[in-house]
Design a protein around this ligand. Sequence first.
Ligand SMILES: Cc1cc2nc3c(=O)[nH]c(=O)nc-3n(C[C@H](O)[C@H](O)[C@H](O)COP(=O)(O)OP(=O)(O)OC[C@H]3O[C@@H](n4cnc5c(N)ncnc54)[C@H](O)[C@@H]3O)c2cc1C
Length: 388
Amino acid sequence: MNERLTMTKDVVIIGAGSAGSRLASLLGKNFEITLIEEHDLVGEPVQCAGLVSPRCIDDITHKSKICEINDFVLHSPSGIKLELHSKEPKGVVIDRAKHDSLLAESAEKSGAEIIRKARADKIDVSGGSVKVTYRRDSSTKELSSELAVGAEGPRSLVRKYVTEEKPPLVYHGAQVTGHLKKDDLRDAVEMFLGNRIAPGFFAWKIPADDCTRIGLCSLPGKTPNQLLSSFIRSKFPSFKEDSRQAGIIPIGPLSSIANKRAILIGDAACQTKPLTGGGIYLGKCAAEMLAGSISSEGAVIAAGELYEKRFMTEFGRELSKAWRLRKIINEMSDRKLEKAIEVISDKKIISILEESGDIDYPANLTGAIIRKMPQLMKFLPELVRSGF
Ligand SMILES: Cc1cc2nc3c(=O)[nH]c(=O)nc-3n(C[C@H](O)[C@H](O)[C@H](O)COP(=O)(O)OP(=O)(O)OC[C@H]3O[C@@H](n4cnc5c(N)ncnc54)[C@H](O)[C@@H]3O)c2cc1C
């Protein structure tokens, strides 16, 4: 059955993940907002390790906080450990499902409508408004709005209306949640480098109160689930697995994130950190910037243009640096990774990382580190060629 609704909304947001629900919660009071979400239960299934910076925790999301992280341990391919301890917590582990459901709750409280179990499958931007077609209960429905926001994650539908580009790199991730019998570093977040462990990325172990999350991402064409199983067998043989999650992370810059009435935020816009794959913080900032732009300009094309400009001004430099570093790291052999860890294990570098390291702006410190350790340039001439 086809049903055509002529009621015009200000903004239709596709996807009630953390970015989409936050945007709806910021705009719901003053604008007609509809969120279309394919799942019944917002936040499920979880496809996330749930490590964020303290900046991601606010009045809406604080109940999703599980624990704070002051200790980070980086393992080289051969097992050399680089340990970092900070006085103030630099990370927070969250219950991601709860985090997203709190944001959706806040969106509804603010006046936004969430249509659950509805999958958007087409938008039409050819007229003086946007038409979003979605399927729900085996019927096709249509909504008309001034703006359509693609907040529907890595496999975005709206992206192709904004740009012809595809995400430059897509990581495939796998994670297990379970229990470790014995854990000497139970309060630390650990990261494991090595092309045999996680080609082109890293594996992680994250404490989450009474359980532990172990996961990894790898380049396309590899098999993250098999890599993860063999990683756990070799490093954590006593691990008892309760559940397994999987997901993808789009990485790298898109030259455009808004085109007329179609706008992208979150993973749909590739707003993820190239060095760590984290996307919750950038999605939060993007939602805030877009909400600010719509609040000042109205639900009009100019709001999308303003948002794009603001996002690039705030994050363009950091993301472009991090993307260049990511490409350099992805070309490194295990021997070179080993040497890099050895070089940055210097006391001076460790104190820079412990004092000023920031998981939201990891590339920001590259300049300061190179100034302290000019030999890095000799060891990695790629840094010079890449303009660091
Ligand atoms: C294994 C793994 C670990 C990660 N760990 C971290 C981490 O520790 N920290 C961090 O910051 N980030 C992490 N990330 C990245 C993070 O999960 C994403 O950046 C974040 O989820 C992006 O939020 P979003 O709201 O843009 O999209 P999503 O969270 O993907 O939300 C999109 C929503 O839209 C819905 N949807 C999709 N298509 C449609 C459609 N056509 N119609 C209706 N609804 C639709 C989806 O079901 C979903 O609910 C991880 C990712 C993976 C895969």
